[in-house]
Design a protein around this ligand. Sequence first.
Ligand SMILES: Nc1ncnc2c1ncn2[C@@H]1O[C@H](COP(=O)(O)OP(=O)(O)O)[C@@H](O)[C@H]1O
Ligand SMILES: [Mg+2]
Length: 257
Amino acid sequence: MIPSVDGGEGPFRHGDLIYRRTRPWTASVHALLSTLQSHGFVNAPFSGGYDAAWERVSFLPGETGDLDENENMRSMTALRSAARLLRRYHDCTALFMPPMLEKDQTWQLPPRPPFEVICHGDFAPYNVVLNSGEVTDIIDFETAHPGPRDWDIAYAIYRWAPLSAGVAIEDLGGLDTQILRTRLFLDAYGLPAKERPVLPGMIIDRLNALVGFMEREAANGVERYRRNIEEGHDRIYRRDVAYISEHRDEIIAGLMD
Ligand SMILES: Nc1ncnc2c1ncn2[C@@H]1O[C@H](COP(=O)(O)OP(=O)(O)O)[C@@H](O)[C@H]1O
Ligand SMILES: [Mg+2]
C-alpha cells in the first residue's frame, strides 16, 4: 500500500509514478495505454500495472492547469498543438479498434456507436501536459470509451474554445473569440468542413448525456458525482446547452469556409 498524501483516492505522485485507486474500468484503460505504447504512441502515460487496490501510470513532466489557471494553456500554439495531438491519438486508436472491441471491456462511460476510435472522453486543457508552449501529452484516461471521432471532438471544443456562457477569463468570454478558437482547433485537427455542422448538436447531446450520467452516479452514492451536483456542475452544463442552442446557427456559420 502506498501512502496517500491526503489519505484519499488519488491521483497522487510518488516518484515517477502517478497512483490512483483501481476501478472497474482500470483493466480496459491499461489495455488501451499498453496498446498505444506498442503502436508507437508515446504521448500518453505508460502503464505501470495495477492490482486490486491501486493502479500506476508514468508521471509526464510539463505544465498542467485549466485555461483560467495557466495562461500558456490559452495560447493559439497550445490550442493548435492540442488539436493535432487529439488527431494523432484518434488515428492511432483507429488502427486497433476491431481487436480492442472483441475483448469484453468495461468503460466508465457508455460506448457510443459508431465505434471509430477510443474517445478520450475528457480531452480538456486540464487533462494535457504542456512543454515549451506546446501540448505534448494526454493524461487522465478515466473516461475513455469507444465512439465516433466527432463525439470526442465535440467535447474537446466545448472545453478548449471554450463554448461556454459566462466564461470569466480575459479574452475568452465572447462568442466571436470562442468560434474563432473552435475553427482553429478543427482546422488543426483536419476535420473536413462538411463534418462540422453536426458539432453544436453533438455538444448538446454530450452535455445532456453527462448530466444524466452524473445524476445516476450521484443517486447510486458515488461521492465524486454527488459533490459535482452539490457544486452545481449540472446547472453549468444545462446553461451551456441553452447557450449553444441559442447560438447554433452562428457557430455553424463560423466553422465553415
Ligand atoms: N500521468 C501524469 N503525468 C503528469 N501529471 C499528472 C499525471 N496524472 C495526473 N497528473 C496531475 O494530477 C492532476 C489530476 O490528475 P487527473 O488524472 O487529471 O485526475 P482527476 O481529473 O480525476 O483529478 C492533473 O491535472 C495533473 O496535474
Ligand atoms: Mg483530470
